[in-house]
Design a protein around this ligand. Sequence first.
Ligand SMILES: [Fe+2]
Ligand SMILES: [Fe+2]
Length: 422
Amino acid sequence: MRSLVSLTEHEIGATVATLKASGLSFAQIGKRLGISKQKAHRLMHKYGGGKQPTMHVIDEIGTPAEVLQRHNLNPAEWRAVRFSEWEAQAKHGKIKTLTSTRFERIDPAAEAMQQIAWQVRPRKPFTTLPAQQHALVVPDSQIGYSRSLSEQLTPYHDRQALDVCLQAAKLLGDKLAFIYFCGDMLDCAESTRKFSKPASTQRTMWPAMLEWRWLLEQFRIAAPHALLCWAEGNHEGRIRRTLVDSVPELADLPPADDPDGSPLLSMQRMMGLDSIDVQYLGPYGSKAGELHRWGIRFHHGDKVGKAGATAGKYLNERTSQIYGHVHRMEQAWSTKPGADGQPVDIFSATFGCTCHTDGRVPSNKPHHNWQQGMGILTRCSDGWVEPTPVRIRAGGRATVLGTELCGSDYVERLRAETNYPY
Ligand SMILES: [Fe+2]
Ligand SMILES: [Fe+2]
């Protein structure tokens, strides 16, 4: 029988090779595919090379069993996605029923992704609040990848740096009141509307979402009592901007069966954050994108000055501020008169980044003067909040409140637990 769609000669050649390997003669193969035996012979030698068919979709006349048998396809590797039948006029006025089947090759990576067993891990309440508490600030990880021609993913983010932050969360234990993820945790290079998007950024959103979701779950396990807040940075904001610009009528709609829930296309829902009690604070640049705790305003930030100069720009309020965005470690203090005229200390601090600093993260500068780091805040029993910047050194090493930690590359576990071929 002849194929309903015209396959390329390359695809026919590969199919002939498969049928030949099953023991059929060129004459039999030609008859099945509706081509001459000479053409079957020629195409196999030109394109087949004895390899498996290279096409990913087959749409042909016949039942699923007939099409599978015709191409000698392994049913475990192909899935029938459309089957149709219709009546046609045959000889002598008879009616005959014809069938056609469309098969798609099963993508093992895509199949595996559907088998991820995410677990529901709600936050556990503190039994007693310790007099002295900590907060952990994890700055810009820019999770994303450069995809090579051979499909290898080179991460923008530094897994050892992120792992050492995870270790810090474990170390702070029951004293850890909250973790603030500063924004730009996802790079979203594929979704920029402003900069060019090289081919290496394509199909990187899904692995980035999986990896960040997996990491957030590890933070939830490490800090079961802590409030986990992820602020939207300008990079995650690309997703929202794309939605609002392209489909404004859908951008904020909740699903019909959960009208009080988060919008269907929100990061909260796309990342499955409810099941691990992570709050997404957005949109970027809005009041809803901020966190106010311990008398400090936490936000992603939008100012960038020369090295060491941005912190001074954030001493412009009566409130201390913690922000991200600049990828450098800076801290500044100012003493101003409070409402009662008494001097009040405020600080501004930013704790660097957890992405690679060797120039691989897309930016508009060829050389980066960034530093990797994290921040630990200590709230003393009298209410004083002490900000402590922690530099992450080469190899994921960090000294957290006097304890030496060293992050490790978690990619093996990540692969095993998400089934994604990182
Ligand atoms: Fe940013
Ligand atoms: Fe950033």
